[in-house]
Design a protein around this ligand. Structure first.
Ligand code: NAD
Length: 494
């Protein structure tokens, strides 16, 4: 029997207005159904926004340390549930158990971090040029916000939005990805369990056009925080622009790792293999391009191939598996199409390149880890986000050219360089047009206390994680208190 789950609106679990549902399935074994979830529409979004509006006045007046305490309590609950939830995450989203644990741990870490921000929500005191006048800045919540998330980090990314919204004093409508509704439900249930007041967070399940777009369009939603594809992000950005809403976008990328001849080859090979194939390449920070110096190329390519060809592919529940399935059939076909494009463009397929079939694979969405060599920087497989277990080796013989190649894409999330040459290190740190730059560390594996986000088409200048996470959800208010008993005028204002 398939369990049926509900939306959470105004502190109550309710079905969608239409009563319709959709299913969540295991990408390793598509006949396993994890649950049925409400297929929501604008009517459900209206109810969730109304509940958010009703809850807002009291919530924005709740002291920030008190708001933050809910985050601390939910972090402690998640710590108890990490094993149980990891297994469910692997079944719902596919990635390996180790990666699922990491996803939840990242959520826990960020909940702790944001709980601390509740006691640190500092403004500034600013000197006034007038006597007997006190000036300061204070932070103010933006109001009702919409939170729309992808499926690849089913706990971490929602907490990256929910936690700062809660501590900022916003109330929100959360629309998780349709591929991972179960994990989103567990997170919301945990927030209910710690007593988060009704309406502070509202959960609306459903498809993007039907349940996501109405959040963006709703006149009472003051800001939209979106993580997902460039295509959808662009549309949301246009609508938010027209509707004069704040909009924070964390979109796709085409990340890069540069390997110089003096790189520690053990580290470089491991970083490239992990960066390219962890979560089956379905990370926004995945190493989808390897710009390798000719002097390092033979050894790097040979060792990388050995490493990749030794990867066990299968269900993420098997502890020996390194490469788990991709999320759904549509994504599987998209990745296989890109592999064909790479071949047609003249790139050399070194390994992989096909769907895996047969025992253990037939019911799921499995693609062999795929490495292309002789890739030219302008090929589509070097320019467009594939979001699958595919990486492209591009040759270079010079660090300046390597950096130019690295920057020659429309995206700019994560870049890495492997070298011990201090000049090349500083050159790369300065010149790489990416929001996250690593030296002798892989393109994946961000830490939550640092700002996370990208340049160019990866986003629109906002950052998640780190103390910057609050900026999405807060306004600055300039406050002056004049106790002079006179009408005073600042210089330059008359
Ligand atoms: P997606 O854009 O298809 O969907 C993301 C979310 O948007 C889902 O909840 C979906 O239902 C919703 N949506 C779809 N159409 C919508 C619409 N018209 N209006 C409002 N909402 C709509 O992305 P995805 O396939 O879930 O995730 C993969 C993408 O996310 C990749 O491009 C990846 O790089 C990106 N991503 C970026 C980051 C980052 O921080 N930069 C992190 C993770 C994933």
């Amino acid at each position: 029997m398939t369990e049926t789950y509900q939306n959470w609106i105004g502190g109550k679990w309710v079905p969608s207005a239409s009563g319709e549902t959709f299913e969540s399935r295991n990408p390793a074994s598509m006949d396993e159904v994890l649950g049925a979830f409400p297929r929501s529409s604008a009517q459900d979004v209206d109810a969730a926004v109304q509940a958010s509006k009703d809850a807002y006045p009291d919530w924005m007046n709740t002291p920030a340390p008190e708001r933050a305490d809910y985050l601390l309590r939910v972090a402690l609950l998640l710590e108890e549930r990490i094993e149980e939830w990891s297994e469910l995450m692997t079944r719902e989203m596919g990635k390996t158990l180790k990666e699922s644990r990491g996803d939840i741990q990242e959520g826990i870490d960020f909940l702790h971090y944001m709980a601390g921000e509740g006691r640190r929500m500092m403004g500034h005191t600013v000197p006034s040029e007038l006597r007997d006048k006190f000036s300061m800045t204070v932070r103010h919540p933006i109001g009702v916000v919409g939170l729309i998330t992808p499926w690849n980090f089913p706990i971490a990314i929602p907490t990256w939005k929910i936690a700062p919204a809660i501590v900022a004093g916003c109330t929100s409508v959360f629309k998780p990805a349709e591929d991972t509704p179960l994990l989103a439900t567990l997170l919301v249930q945990a927030l209910e369990e710690v007593g988060l007041p009704p309406g502070v967070l509202n959960l609306v399940h459903g498809y993007g056009e039907e349940a996501g777009a109405p959040i963006v369009e709703h006149p009472d939603v003051r800001a939209v925080s979106f993580t997902g594809s460039l295509e959808v992000g662009r549309r949301i950005n246009e609508r938010c622009g027209a509707l004069m809403k704040r909009c924070s976008l964390e979109l796709g990328s085409k990340n890069v790792m540069i390997v110089m001849p003096d790189a520690d080859m053990d580290l470089a090979v491991e970083a490239a293999s992990w960066g390219a194939f962890a979560t089956s390449g379905q990370r926004c920070t995945a190493t989808s391009r390897l710009v390798v110096h000719d002097a390092a190329r033979e050894e790097f390519t040979r060792r990388m191939l050995e490493r990749v060809e030794g990867m066990k592919v299968g269900s993420g529940l098997d502890p020996e598996v390194e490469l788990a399935p991709v999320i759904n059939e549509e994504q599987k076909h998209r990745i296989l199409e890109y592999i064909e494009i790479g071949k047609q463009e003249g790139a050399k397929l070194l390994t992989g390149g096909e769907e895996l079939t047969g025992d253990g694979y037939d019911k799921g969405n499995f693609i062999a880890p795929t490495v292309f060599d002789d890739v030219k920087p302008d090929m589509r497989i070097a320019q467009e986000e594939i979001f699958g277990p595919v990486t492209a080796i591009i040759r270079t013989d010079d660090v300046d050219e390597a950096i130019r190649m690295a920057n020659s894409v429309d995206y700019g999330l994560s870049a890495a360089i492997y070298t011990h040459d201090i000049t090349n290190v500083f050159k790369a740190v300065k010149e790489l047009e990416f929001g996250i730059v690593y030296v002798n560390a892989p393109t994946i594996g961000a830490e939550i206390q640092l700002p996370f986000g990208g340049m160019k088409n990866t986003g629109n200048g906002h950052r998640e994680a780190g103390p910057q996470a609050l900026d999405e959800f807060m306004e600055w208010k300039a406050v002056s208190v004049d106790y002079s008993g006179k009408v005073q005028k600042a210089q330059g204002i008359d």
